[in-house]
Every structure is written in C-alpha cells, then in structure tokens.
Design a protein around this ligand. Sequence first.
Ligand code: 0X9
Ligand code: ZN
Length: 416
Amino acid sequence: MKNATILSIALLPLALATAVPRSEKVDYTGYQGLRITLPENATGIEEQIEDIAAHILNPGQATHIDAVVAADKIDAIKALAPEVEVLVQDVGAAIAEEGDIVSAYAVPSESWFTAYHSYADHIQFLRDLQAGYPSNSEIITTGTSVQGRTLTGIHIWGSGGKGSKPAVLFHGTVHAREWITTMSTEYNAWQLLTKYNTDSAIKALVDKFDFYIIPIVNPDGFVYSQTTDRMWRKNRQTVGSSSCVGRDNNRNWSYKWEVTGGASTNPCSETYKGLAAGDAPENRGMMAHVNSLRDARGIRLYIDFHSYGQYILWPYGYDCNLVVPEDRALNALASAGQSAIRGVSGTSYTVGNSCRHLYATTGSGPDYVYGVGGAAYSYTIELRDKGNYGFILPASQIQPTVRETWAGVVAMLQRT
Ligand code: 0X9
Ligand code: ZN
C-alpha cells in the first residue's frame, strides 16, 4: 500500500464498538478498481503500473491487470495503457457496503455465514464447532506466524478413528484480503461435522478420509486486512532494510522456489517470494504439516482456496510447458466440481492448468503439495466473483458462495 491516506476514525459512533478495533485505517474513498488491458509488446509496463497503483489485484495476468488506483493517478495509468475499464467506481464505498465485521453470534449455525468476522471469533468458531463433536474432531495447530499467532485448524475423522485414513487438506486465507475463503473453508468443516449423522453421502466421505481444514493460514495478514488495510495480501514479515512489508506465502514454499518468472524479488511487490525458500514461518509450519501427512497415510486431495476469478486450477504453476501425466484425472475432478457449482447457482467456473489458464507461479502451495507432498489431487480454487466486487464480496454473497462451493467440493471428493 503506497498511496492511500490514513483516516482517523476515533470519532465514529459507539455503534461500531463491537466491530474490530479500527484505529488507523487506510481510506480508499475515491479509489477506483480498474481492469487495465496491457498493450502488446509493452515490456516493463506491469512494473510501471505497479508503481502507480495502490494495489495490483491479480499479479501476473498476461492480458490485463486489475488494480486499485487513486483518483489522481488514473490519468497516469491511461497514459501507459489507454484501454481501461472501471470495475469498481469507488473502492471505499464498496468496502463500506461489504458489511460490518460482526462479533456477536450464536454457537456455530448457518447464521455465521451471513457476515464477516474477526480473527478471534474465527478461532472461537473452530473451538465451538470442535466442542460439539469431540469424538470426531480435534483442534490442530500447524505452526506460528511472524507475529506469533498460531496457525489453527480442525481435524475431522469418521468411523475408522483418528488418523486412520488418507488426508484431505484445505487451506484458506493464504492471501489476507480473500475473506470469502475463510468463510468457505469453515463452511466445509461445518457441513462435514453437522451432516455426519444425518446425510449418508457426507458420512461416507468422513469415514473415507481424515480432513485437515485450516481456514486462516496467514493470520497476521488477515488481522492487518481488518485493522488497517482492507486490500492487504501478504504476511507481515519485514525484509532487511526495506520499508516494504510482507512475503507472499503463495510464492514461498520450498518447491521450484528458485525458478524465475513466477514471483517477484522486489520486497514491495505483491508477489514477493522472500530471501530464501521457506523463510516465512507460516510456510515452514505448513510444509512440516504437509510432510507429516504425506509420511503418515498420504494426501489424496489438497485445495488451496483463493479469490477471485472463478477458476479451478491444477499443477504445475511453475512451468506452462509441463503437462503432468495425471492431467486428465485432475481435469476430470475439476470438471465435476465445475458442473456441481453450476448446478447449484449457475455460477460458471473455468477449469484448467494453473500456469496456462492464469499465470506462472513459483513456490506455490498446490505445486508443493503435489510435487513434494505427493497428493493425488491438488488444486487452487478461486472463488467468486469475476471482478465486479473482487475481494470486497458483499456479505449477502457469503451464503450463496459457500453453498455452491461446498457442492463443488463434495462432487470432487466423491471422485477422489
Ligand atoms: O497468484 C496467486 O497466488 C493466485 N491468485 S490470487 O489472485 N488469489 O492471488 C493464483 C494461484 C494459481 N496458480 C497459478 N496461476 N499458477
Ligand atoms: Zn489468493
């Protein structure tokens, strides 16, 4: 975040007292969400746009860039790339309409999925959910963040007993601003446990796999996106003398980290890869967990939930020329998910290889879990929408999104 002004909200009414403390927040009033078509053969233009924009939303796209840009910088963008579509008229207004972070809620119920929540409440949600199903679940921790927060998740098992079956692993909120992914991973956990006794199809899945679901793998970034900068993506790790903060946890895994072209070596970039593979503590924790699941019963399915764009993507991300021998099987599962989602709501997803259908990434989670973790199936799912709200998906879209996504996940699990 480079250009936005800081708004002091000390005088806001007491009605907001239940929300997350908002001491000094970046004010995006007047900022626009733009889809900028990249002119052909304009080398280096992405870097120039990144210097002008407050945030790049989809770093790496070949044809266009979505970016949040201050009103007085829009002309400078148009001078570089004249073809500009306004996706969001006023990002500040969109954030205001997204819905408050609600802190009062009942013990896990469907109403949880009608609002966004604070980090502390997300942890409490997991604890309350687990407490309701003590013989089929436990709270797990998979490492510690830069600022000392514990990566917390839930392990769910069925009739075979704890740890007896191959693993299914879900990660959410690796990118801090992708709040819908926290809700979606939690919905998956909630469905698995609450439907176990009443829905034979769900019981069959829980009896077949051990589920490990970690809704927030980048807790520091998530907290920062709520207290300070709604558009924050990375973790909160400093880098030597640089004033820029944060490594992209989806560029820091120790698999093909050293390959060039799919991440940035600039600490100010949204896709900063770090100084060395796995030098972000969140990644070290996740890698240790993945390795231990691999060494125990193996990993059948990994899904890394992101937003936005509506894609189901599979490895590898680091080399667009590589087609894995299992490409057809990966495609078949993704297509089943795509059809199930369309069947619920008509929402259309694109499926494909992650590098060819989106862009190259090095040091990504799905590549690591596939290449090192030995997962049979490994995916990135980019949830709603396609850019109209982008990361600022209104609270009214949480339920429709998590429900359709759950249908897609079930269809994939049934073929896993
Ligand atoms: O860039 C990412 O890490 C993911 N997109 S996001 O907008 N949520 O940041 C995409 C990862 C998918 N993998 C590849 N495209 N290789
Ligand atoms: Zn993401």
